[in-house]
Design a protein around this ligand. Sequence first.
Ligand SMILES: [Fe+2]
Length: 335
Amino acid sequence: MKNVTDTAAVEYARVPTQHTYNDDVFPQIVVNNDKCKTVADTVEFVKANQSELEAKLAKAGALLFRGFPIDSAETFDVFSAGFGYPNFTYQESLSNAVRINFTERVFTANEAPKDVEIFLHHEMAQTPISPSKLFFFCQHAADQGGATPLCRSDKLFEALKAENPELASDFKEKGLKYTTTMPAANDANSGQGRSWKSTLSVNSAQAAEAKLKELGYSWQWMDDGSLKAITPVLPAVIELDDGSESFYNQLIAAYMGWKGVRENPSSAITFGDGSAIPKEGLERVAELSEDFTFDLDWQDGDVAIVDNYRAMHGRRPYSGDRKRVVLVALVASER
Ligand SMILES: [Fe+2]
């Protein structure tokens, strides 16, 4: 019998909406063409081509696998584990999103209602502990909408530098501080609804304070039992391995999507020295990001790997009776 790796050359597909940067496409799309019949074949295929796939991912920032036999949380777990990357668990993260775990590695992307847009962000860039890569798996696409927008943050920052070098330099030099309020109990109706106990993996107020202190946060308890936390200074821009700079933060998601932030950005985001970020600047960054965004219109069984340092992601609202199920596995940082 023929071994899958005998015919394992990677085949790429093109779609009309793909972007081209530096003579390469974004995102890269790898197609199966019936070569891999099982998830074990797929893992073998990945291992046989891992250096090529990783090089494509590093350059493009996102890699889509289409037509592979991945159809459940379990097969997705096997596929994502096949790359051999260190796991980043939801429990140990400081993510503010409410999610449900399926396997140790795999959980739901975000339990926010379907009409809520999740705006572009780098996963957990508003916390000191963020993953290096994300695997997304579309188990069931929505009837209408529900695409995952992917945005090239290196290209976004390049454009911002060209248009407004002063603002770009302020972001780079000053960094950012984020203020988030974690509710007393999980709120599934919000994209930011994870309770402080769950977010911080603690059972008492005392343990919450100890954890925040260790991470360099300052905090304040609110009358309704929620916990307001202010991060230490975090970067707004990071340098990537190829020397390019990436707009690595949560500013767009915070400005566009967090409650009350559009009206008063300083309630949640400031420069690292505490000074206000100009509203027009935030507005412009959100506008500019559209030029570098590709909407990934999911098909059932699609898996995407996103380089969390180079590309932002979000979630478009969706509608229809079909339940959209997109699962996630995260890769810990090796930086
Ligand atoms: Fe996310």
